[in-house]
Design a protein around this ligand. Sequence first.
Ligand code: B12
Ligand code: SF4
Length: 449
Amino acid sequence: MKVLLVNPYIYDVSAYDYWLKPVGLLYIATALEKVNIEVRLLDLLDRHLPGNNTHNGPYGTGKFLSIIVKSLMNEYGIPRYLKRYGAPEEVLDSLDFSPDVVLITSMMTYWYGGIFETIKMIKKRFNVPIILGGNYPTLLPKHAKLSGADVIVEGDGIPKIYNILETVTGTKFEHPIGENWFEEITPDYSLYPTIESAVVHTTFGCPYRCTYCVAWKKGFKVRTTDSVLKEINELKKRGVKDIAFYDDAILVKRERFKEILKKLPTDVRYHLPNGIHAKLLDKEIANLLKEKNFHTIRIGYETGNVTLQKKTGAKVNNTEFHRAVELLKNAGFNSKDIGVYLIVGLPGQSFESALEDIKHVAQVGAKPVINEYTLIPGSADWKLALKQGSIDENIDPLILNNSLMSYWWKSSMGIKKIGVLKNIVQRFITGKISLEELLEFGAEKKIAF
Ligand code: B12
Ligand code: SF4
């Protein structure tokens, strides 16, 4: 049997490759290879595909090819262009593979347009069953039925994959991989002819329950240190130069993470693009991160407003945050290295409060990194918004995009204010204004909106 694995296009107003890899699909590839199924990967976001790399950023990040799909003005009253990110359609024609089944993954729910278009392109070329899994059908199963896929799969796809293929094709397989997949297999990166950066998970899911997030719905799995180190050493042998840890909660099993850190090879660069938990960082980890060649560090601070911190799940408090920044600075990281995620546009958050957070992060010697708020289907915030009537259940998921929500959602501080905040951060981090000027911003007179 032949199975084509597809990472679909992104539809967004902006997108950037922060080491993005379709990890779920690569795990599925390994599970299928165990029963001698022939697999092929079509990662439409792979910047090694012809025409898909428009800019190389630092450490293996970069820009995808983008083409404008439409203006969002007429339909949504939003003055932005929706773009398609990913390789030119011709890459599908150069596929020298005729699959019996196609499996498609998905990451952001609001990227669904890219999934619909990818499915149309596949259907034009192959008359075979298409199975869609990943975050989109997991969080929006009803909407995903409109995608054109023949089967949609909610939740963890790996233990179910043999059953699904048996149902669709009528062929029986052994089921060598089940619930323990996270320990037993690793993503099959050999499906990429060229690979310079890769993603590794040492844990999966999150035990916390922040109101704006759904990562906790995946439960919480932990791998042994040996299997993590083996995977990293194999990636290194393949020529991988940058490894991004995509864990949601990497410090939760702190002692275990220390064991991993101590044995990491240092001739690879490491990145933590997902916010780490300030309260769980200690001196030893901070020093090991520096010693072991970590270049991208993000702390998930989100807000310094104590009321909002408590209301959203209390994953961090201000004392813990200060302590974490100090530990990282003492370990030798500078203010550019320590990125601090701040959510702007949280329900109930004022412009003044968000501005205060930005100033505060800059003042303690770290770099503010703004994340615009997005209401994630299935989160506690989502349920509350439905109950309060501030959104409708049948809302188009596209406009829940983090870059679009503040244009229309009444519970957000609004796009004008967010624009001012983003602009001031940009000017600060590019050196156009000094720390003193940032701290003075808005102090003399109230900003008029
Ligand atoms: C890494 C990551 C990032 C990175 C990289 C993204 C990038 N652009 O390069 C960074 C840190 C930059 C990032 C940013 C953001 N992220 Co993010 N991110 C993730 C994260 C942690 C990991 C994804 C992953 O690799 N998972 C591991 C794999 C193994 O899981 P999986 O793909 O889901 O696969 C499993 C199943 O889904 C299924 N499956 C998958 N594919 C298939 C296919 C088939 C056929 C089958 C049967 C099954 C199946 O089986 C797999 C095994 O269980 C997820 C959370 C999570 N734990 O998934 C959030 C997540 C995807 N991000 C999320 C959000 C909200 C964001 C931001 C918008 C945050 C913000 N406000 O700015 C930004 C914007 C990103 C953008 N525009 O690109 C949300 C998605 C919300 C949504 N509406 O869909 C998530 C779910 C986290 C959350 N907060 O709840 N993110
Ligand atoms: S925001 Fe972070 S700590 Fe909170 S539930 Fe999501 S992944 Fe876990």
